[in-house]
Design a protein around this ligand. Sequence first.
Ligand SMILES: Cc1cc2nc3c(=O)[nH]c(=O)nc-3n(C[C@H](O)[C@H](O)[C@H](O)COP(=O)(O)OP(=O)(O)OC[C@H]3O[C@@H](n4cnc5c(N)ncnc54)[C@H](O)[C@@H]3O)c2cc1C
Length: 310
Amino acid sequence: MAGSLAAAGATVPAVVEAASYTAYAPQAPALLRNPAKLAEGATYGGALLRHGIRLLTRHAVTEAHGTTRVEAVTIARLDKDWRPLPGTARRIPCDALAVGHGLVPQLELATGLGCATLQAPDGTVALELDAAQRTSVPGIWSAGETGGIGGAQLALTEGEIAAHSIAGRPVPAALTRRRARLRAFAGAMAVAHRPGPGWTGWLREETDVCRCEEVPAGRIREAARELGARDARTVKLLTRAGMGWCQGRMCGPAVAALAGEAPAPDRRPLSCPPPRPARSPPAPEAGRTQLPSRNPRSAASGPLWPIRTH
Ligand SMILES: Cc1cc2nc3c(=O)[nH]c(=O)nc-3n(C[C@H](O)[C@H](O)[C@H](O)COP(=O)(O)OP(=O)(O)OC[C@H]3O[C@@H](n4cnc5c(N)ncnc54)[C@H](O)[C@@H]3O)c2cc1C
């Protein structure tokens, strides 16, 4: 993005990256298996060099300044846990700031149907899939982001594998090898860029964490520290964080981390009519005939929709 902006005439003072590229060193085998990805990375690096853009690794933007628009940011050097090092803060004037906080798979459809999950190398929750892209629920396959963030090529490859499996055909070995190679690269990236726990220290008390309900970090910390909230759900009940339009899809992981909760899948049912206790059909009124139910499952036998409560 920095390279594209510079090519379009923008002045980009810096690219600020919280992770350190030295974290890729132990991942060398995965990188060497993916020369095309290395070439892609070199192209991006070349664009930064050509436009004279500084790349500041193990640094973070810890504050944005301005009244009606951003006018400057404060950046600071980080320790290995992503805590800002005292005395390293400095201000960079700018009129735009682009931020990325990583990608989180959206799993509601699958988890709503009961699919098992695991923790991906970057700390996010992803679906547990077998070699043929099958989830733990018979008849449900999954490909791409839901199995852990890994890029477009991997998503396409996994989609092809799932299609072969659904059609009852053997999965071609070349596809399996390509998936393994691309997953290895995705894993290497995920390990290198896994957020350090110190990021929570960048937040001031008034920093909005839940933007829909405008709940600042201070209220979430108060719920955790003084009211004993240990998970995002309890914080939500106490502060409304995650109760707005996006239902915690944006702030959920941040709220959970502030409450000290380990990453966990969203197990809310997709549509959740309140379960009703089984009850007898109402007695027919005097003088009226009650028609038999056209549905084989009458009201007395329970609700007509599947309800999952986990
Ligand atoms: C900002 C950004 C930059 C990226 N840059 C790169 C890059 O440079 N190179 C790279 O390889 N990858 C990149 N990626 C990642 C890449 O986009 C993904 O890996 C890829 O798109 C994953 O494909 P997918 O099919 O799993 O998911 P998606 O492409 O997200 O497709 C999922 C589709 O399902 C639809 N959907 C969701 N819920 C429902 C529902 N309930 N009912 C019906 N449809 C639904 C969505 O609308 C969407 O169209 C980037 C991602 C982002 C966000």
